[in-house]
Design a protein around this ligand. Structure first.
Ligand code: SF4
Ligand code: MG
Length: 283
């Protein structure tokens, strides 16, 4: 059985020292080992950005796609190889700007993959411009007088789009992040995990200390019910999106693979076609 070491490779990340993405890399490696995967059972598809390099930094199948397009590739991969555990990964610029159309439709399609967004509220690779997650008033080279746009609330959008798994974590909380990635991998449907992953080089506002001061952890709310979509939306609005933990999970809605004809034997039942496992395997 594979251990954490089996998911490490010899490629040295070229992220800046202290970048939050190191923790996401470590959490993926731990989660993959903890859920019992072998490296050949895992594929990571990434977009463009500093965080997009992550597909080369884990010993598994890796595909470094183009900007904002990790999700179409990841969904196609999953549909073509149902045995594979598929992760998509990228940054907030990648997934919530150019890739936002794919994000919304992947969410409502509910294919069984996990999408990890490393949200540093800035464009890091291109040296620090305002991203859709930057706050109003955020000053960068592209917004020297401060951003006049409001920040996107991606998890509220996800809930409104029919998400079946919505979670958020922080690079400094490796234990929680690892657990949430494990839960996302086990979830039968599309799982979105947004990770506050500080850019120590270009974002001097949303720092590790800033996140520590502003994060509201769901572990502090013993009465929180993650199966209640209205409660999830309320919690996100109350905390201005700063809540971490498993925010929402719907275990009842079937995944795309469960419903599409010809993908699983049960899927065919929806079309009133009954096949044995052996007949199905010949398809
Ligand atoms: Fe990380 Fe920012 Fe450096 Fe990119 S520029 S590697 S996001 S710290
Ligand atoms: Mg970013």
């Amino acid at each position: 059985m594979a251990t954490l070491k089996d998911f490490r490779n010899n490629v040295k990340p070229n992220w800046c020292p202290g970048c939050g993405d190191f923790s996401v890399q470590a959490a993926i490696q731990r989660a993959a080992a903890n859920v019992g995967l072998e490296p050949e059972n895992l594929a990571i598809v990434s977009g463009i950005g500093c965080s997009g390099r992550i597909s080369g930094y884990v010993n598994a199948y890796g595909f470094h796609g183009v900007h904002g397009r990790s999700l179409p590739i990841a969904q196609g991969l999953k549909m073509a190889n149902r045995e594979l555990t598929v992760l998509a990964a990228g940054g907030d610029g990648d997934g919530f700007a150019i890739g936002m159309g794919h994000t919304v439709h992947a969410i409502r399609r509910n294919i069984n993959i996990t999408y990890i967004v490393m949200d540093n509220q800035i464009y890091g690779l291109t040296k620090g411009q305002t991203s859709p997650r930057s706050s109003e008033g955020f000053k960068t080279k592209s917004t020297p007088q401060g951003s006049i746009e409001s920040a996107l609330a991606p998890l509220e959008v996800a809930l409104a789009s029919g998400a079946t798994f919505v979670a958020q974590s922080f690079s400094s909380n490796l234990k929680q992040l690892t657990t949430l990635i494990e839960e996302g991998m086990k979830h039968e449907g599309f799982s979105l995990i947004n990770v506050f992953s500080p850019c120590v080089t270009f974002n001097k506002i949303n720092t590790y200390d800033w996140f520590k001061e502003n994060i509201v952890d769901l572990e502090e709310d013993a009465n929180y019910d993650s199966s209640n979509r209205v409660a999830a939306m309320t919690k996100l609005m109350e905390t201005n999106g700063m809540v971490t933990g498993l925010i929402y999970q719907d275990k009842n809605r079937k995944s795309y693979e469960d419903l599409v004809a010809g993908f699983k034997p049960e899927g065919l039942a929806n079309q009133n076609i009954k096949l044995t496992e052996a007949e199905f395997d010949k398809l």
